[in-house]
Design a protein around this ligand. Structure first.
Ligand SMILES: Nc1nc2c(ncn2[C@@H]2O[C@H](COP(=O)(O)OP(=O)(O)OP(=O)(O)O)[C@@H](O)[C@H]2O)c(=O)[nH]1
Ligand SMILES: [Mg+2]
Ligand SMILES: [Zn+2]
Length: 259
């Protein structure tokens, strides 16, 4: 999926964006933060789904704590599509329209099948060499959920550009933005400026330096994108919003006839 179409999966009418993270692979904080920014920016409520707990590489509780620290104000649930651990609880949290986001091989389609209670989506083993997925799902697919609501499976997102996430950055890094209010300079870059409250937090261990680096990187990219003036992008978003709204309306009409 190209960068320009990310917003398409997250347009109007989506209530919950599940950020699907495999516990059978190393956790990539930057990717989680970008997906969260994308979800917030699109006006959805993100939920982190740690999946493949049956095949976890690390202690699931420790992983959940690590991910919670990146995802302030976001719930984290742990599941296995294989054993169905946590699936019913997850289903109860997704009453409206839900989209599954995450890299190829994370287990989005397996989760779709588990939530639907039947094998509707094809799935594929991740590559043995590097654990990457095979981009098995190539189109977005919408399904009515037995208990009500709509589930949207998506192709694995390849790269997420910052013009896709916009205001989401402030939301994801709300802790740092809050700290920054204490900086001596309004336009503090939190590098070597005097009276920098953010650097103070790093020094006394309240803030992870790597998280600060990721925040700075995203801000830089976003400023760069803004300086280019992405009017064309904004136009595409509108068209994409219309497309998904159409899909969802059609699905509800179908449900109405069936019920
Ligand atoms: N052990 C275990 N394996 C799982 C689980 N969920 C998915 N897998 C496996 O992970 C691999 C990838 O799963 P998919 O559901 O195809 O992943 P995807 O996110 O849909 O990938 P793309 O369609 O390529 O974006 C498959 O071999 C699944 O069987 C799980 O809960 N436990
Ligand atoms: Mg898939
Ligand atoms: Zn500062």
């Amino acid at each position: 999926m190209g960068r320009t179409s990310h917003r398409q999966v997250l347009a109007a009418n989506v209530d919950t964006a599940c950020v699907v993270v495999s516990l059978a692979a190393p956790i990539k904080p930057g990717r989680i933060e970008r997906l969260l920014a994308l979800a917030w920016d699109a006006g959805t409520t993100p939920l982190i789904v740690l999946t493949k707990v049956d095949a976890a590489e690390c202690d699931p509780g420790t992983a959940a704590d690590e991910v919670s620290a990146l995802a302030i104000g976001v719930d984290v649930v742990t599941v296995s599509a294989r054993t169905r651990e946590g699936i019913d609880e997850l289903a109860r949290r997704l009453p409206g329209t839900t989209v599954l986001l995450g890299p190829s091989g994370a287990g989005k389609s397996s989760l779709t099948n588990a939530l639907l209670g039947e094998d509707r989506m094809d799935t594929n083993e991740v590559r043995a060499t590097d654990g990457k997925g095979r981009h098995t799902t190539v189109h977005r697919e919408l399904f009515p959920v037995p208990g009500g609501g709509v589930l949207i499976d998506t192709p694995g997102l390849r790269g997420i550009g910052v013009h896709d996430v916009g205001d989401g950055i402030e939301h994801v890094f709300g802790d740092i933005e809050e700290m920054a209010r204490g900086c001596g300079f309004r336009d503090c870059r939190h590098r070597s400026e005097p009276r920098c409250a953010v650097q103070d937090a790093v020094t006394d261990g309240r803030l992870d330096l790597e998280r600060l680096d990721r925040y700075r990187r995203m801000l830089r990219e976003s400023e760069w994108a803004a300086s280019r003036g992405d009017a064309r992008q904004a136009g595409k978003r509108t068209a994409a919003d219309k497309a998904i709204t159409r899909d969802i309306k059609a699905l509800y009409r179908l449900r109405g006839r069936r019920d």
